[in-house]
Design a protein around this ligand. Structure first.
Ligand SMILES: Nc1nc2c(ncn2[C@@H]2O[C@H](COP(=O)(O)OP(=O)(O)OP(=O)(O)O)[C@@H](O)[C@H]2O)c(=O)[nH]1
Ligand SMILES: [Mg+2]
Length: 216
């Protein structure tokens, strides 16, 4: 049988309303002087662990807010909260990503000018969140060595829409015979200029450099 591939083109205007809401969020964040980072990635890549590591690193001289997106629980918000960080939970129910309106509603009562930095943990998913800007200063995509070697090549749009790629769990690379540099090359194939950082949120390797590159 002939081999056939069908490419689906999602219409741009589907996302137009979200982009407008994201621009309003971004303006509000700027007005209140808060640096906001949208942390995206598949389930289990280490988004929460990374946020915990960043919080530990900068908590002495930054007031931090964490906004957690999760289908049903506040497990991640509670983990970050145990580091003395204020948290807001959004339970999305069936939605596989946060959107700008959800973020706006969740932050309605929050005095944003009390905070210097906000980490938004998006719903664990490497596909859906990339299509929905939230108004963050930077979109950080976390991939890790435990998901197999193809996740960058299989998700080029997510990589294209990101501002920074973090390759996490490098402490496990040798045991898993995972070629981290090959993954970096895959990223480069999609975007020659995007910053790529190799880190271990668990051991802390590379986390300080990441904070530096995020400007926090
Ligand atoms: N060895 C190692 N384990 C890690 C690292 N980062 C995270 N983990 C572990 O990986 C598992 C998942 O980490 P989480 O931080 O919960 O991942 P997540 O991306 O927030 O997951 P979801 O919120 O469920 O999408 C946990 O058991 C972490 O302890 C790392 O750098 N090295
Ligand atoms: Mg998490």
């Amino acid at each position: 049988m002939e081999e056939k591939t069908v490419n689906i083109d999602i219409r741009k205007d589907l996302f137009g309303a979200n982009e407008d809401a994201a621009a309003l969020n971004a303006a509000k964040f700027k007005e209140h002087g808060i640096k906001v980072f949208d942390i995206m990635g598949s389930v289990g890549t280490g988004k929460t662990q990374l946020i915990e590591a960043l919080c530990d690193l900068i908590a002495d001289d930054h007031k931090i807010l964490m906004l957690a997106g999760d289908l049903a629980t506040r497990i991640d918000a509670d983990r970050v909260s145990s580091h003395g960080v204020d948290t807001v939970q959004i339970n999305t129910g069936t939605a596989c990503h946060l959107d700008a309106r959800m973020v706006k509603v969740a932050l309605n009562e929050i005095p944003l000018s009390d905070y210097d930095v906000m980490f938004i943990e998006n719903v664990g998913n490497l596909i859906c969140p990339a299509g929905y800007s939230l108004g963050a200063m930077k979109k950080v995509v976390v991939v890790s060595v435990t998901e197999g070697p193809y996740m960058v090549r299989k998700h080029p749009l997510t990589i294209k829409r990101a501002d920074m790629i973090v390759i996490n769990k490098i402490d496990l690379a040798q045991a898993l015979e995972f070629d981290v540099d090959a993954l970096v090359r895959d990223v480069r194939e999609v975007d020659a200029d995007i910053p790529v950082l190799k880190i271990s949120a668990k051991t802390g390797e590379g986390v300080r450099e990441l904070a530096k590159q995020l400007g926090i």
